[in-house]
Write a protein that binds this ligand. Structure first.
Ligand SMILES: [Zn+2]
Length: 333
């Protein structure tokens, strides 16, 4: 993976911020506020979408000591704090959260703990983050408990790979799917995380409504540098005369060239969606989506050649030439 992934903790997103993340999510939050919560929930969403944060907030709400259900999780009480630090005795979760696979023994250990009464709260939460890590045997061992779960026990599972969860499990859980954040709400949230107004707008634009991806990108200096380079070179091309300067500016990329191509591809896709970056060169600002698509085609061909180990300078030259040929057909060229 090209960059370190920053995960969201429950303190970074509030339950209120999830209310606009799709009808299934808002329905679940409404139920929670009426103090009705399903026995088993599966939260689905891509990496960085906040499903772990939501799962922890739900677990905190279940174990919160605040009497009014609509105010849970309060974030202040002993229950909430202990869920955040994973020290609540009624929060059951695999011991090693980063393990690649979770075996049947680990799940049996959790299930046997359910045979006893809750220790501090009047209910228990079983949190299985990235539940696709459970082996098929581990998932099978869960089945009976999901169907006929102990009283006042709530299972909360998350996954980025819904189809890796056995269909027998999926048919026994309430599935909620996290929709992306809107660009405006993500921008506002990033500002609250301490990003400047300009950066908040920029990373909301780049991250397709994923708060985790936005945070990861905002801390990724290489991505920022490659983005700047893309705008100073490829997005300034207006004819053959610009190719030598672009090649000179990109001469030292070497092992970063493949990431550069990935950044170019992402920016072109955003431009095609009408999510244009104001710093684009004039002739690029006038390009129609079909014209941007042909430039994107040149970038994708370059990526394919790189996958076949073609020398990067040769790939770069062909890509720039092809893009310039396309630009000649554009309105302002
Ligand atoms: Zn609380």
């Amino acid at each position: 993976m090209c960059c370190r992934w920053i995960s969201l903790s429950s303190s970074e997103l509030s339950l209120t911020e999830f209310e606009s993340r799709g009808s299934s999510v808002s329905a679940l939050i409404r139920e929670l506020r009426r103090d009705v919560f399903p026995g088993c929930v599966l939260i689905c969403g891509g990496t960085g979408m906040g499903k772990t944060a939501l799962a922890r907030l739900l677990a905190a709400a279940l174990l919160c000591e605040e009497p009014a259900p609509e105010k849970r999780p309060c974030g202040q009480c002993k229950g909430c704090r202990r869920v955040q630090s994973f020290t609540h005795p009624d929060l059951l979760t695999p011991t090693e959260t980063k393990k690649k696979s979770i075996g049947v023994e680990e799940i049996r250990g959790i299930l046997s703990a359910l045979q006893t009464h809750a220790l501090e709260s009047d209910r228990r939460a079983v949190l299985l983050d990235d539940a696709d890590r459970l082996t098929p045997q581990a998932q099978n061992s869960l089945l009976k408990n999901l169907e006929d779960h102990p009283p006042a026990t709530h299972f909360i599972l998350t996954t980025a790979y819904e189809t890796r969860i056995l269909s027998t499990i999926r048919s026994r859980v309430v599935t909620v799917r996290l929709a992306p954040m809107t660009q405006d709400s993500l921008t506002a949230w990033l500002s609250r995380q301490g990003l400047s107004a300009e950066d908040a707008r920029e990373y909301a634009r780049l991250s397709d409504g994923s708060p985790g991806l936005a945070l990861t990108l905002s801390a990724d200096e290489t991505d920022r540098k490659l983005r700047e380079l893309a705008y100073e070179t490829v997005f300034r091309l207006s004819g053959e005369k610009d190719i030598p300067d672009a090649e000179y500016a990109l001469r030292d990329l070497k092992e970063e060239f493949d990431r550069f191509l990935a950044v170019l591809e992402r920016e072109l896709r955003l431009c095609m969606r009408g999510d244009a970056n104001m710093r684009k060169g004039e002739c690029w600002a006038e390009a129609r989506p079909t014209q941007l698509a042909s430039a994107l085609g040149a970038v994708i061909r370059a990526e394919q050649q790189r996958a076949s180990n073609v020398n990067y300078q040769a790939v770069l030259n062909v890509m720039l030439q092809t893009i310039v040929e396309e630009i000649k057909k554009w309105p302002l060229s």
